[in-house]
Design a binder for this molecule. Sequence first.
Ligand SMILES: Nc1ncnc2c1ncn2[C@@H]1O[C@H](COP(=O)(O)OP(=O)(O)O)[C@@H](O)[C@H]1O
Ligand SMILES: [Mg+2]
Length: 149
Amino acid sequence: MNQYTTNSAQQTIALGTSFAKDCRAGDVLAFFGGMGMGKTAFVKGLAKGLGISADVTSPTFSLVNEYRGEALTLYHFDMYRINTWEDLYSTGFFDYLDTDAVLAVEWSENIENALPEGAVYIKIQAGENEDQRIISIGKGEEFDEDIGD
Ligand SMILES: Nc1ncnc2c1ncn2[C@@H]1O[C@H](COP(=O)(O)OP(=O)(O)O)[C@@H](O)[C@H]1O
Ligand SMILES: [Mg+2]
């Protein structure tokens, strides 16, 4: 697992942009961390790194936003309101899993049982002050079982 410390939203965005270089077709990026931790900030940077110029915002009401990048399509999910398998099916999550797109999934706590094997976990935690975040990136098995608590 890799761990990063950022001290501003801009630094988290920049981390997302550099992370885009490691993204491959079919990758699922599962974000963990509560409200205001910087999940959307990371995805904003990720989108930029994938060559997407659109302004990325939390898909809280739309549940999923689609962006066409230079080489890869990005589906950006917000699972905040997803409580049941039926809800999850309705987002199209399982359909997009079978494509060559990159999936970025905010509030993966709510769908952890549905994440595919090999999903990349991105956990954002508060740091020592208001603007600091500790960002851990790795495979699911590298994280505690209670990641979603
Ligand atoms: N190091 C940091 N990384 C990311 N966001 C930060 C950081 N420090 C402060 N912030 C602020 O935290 C908020 C993060 O919002 P957002 O990315 O929408 O979070 P989330 O999608 O996790 O709810 C923004 O208001 C941002 O300015
Ligand atoms: Mg968000």
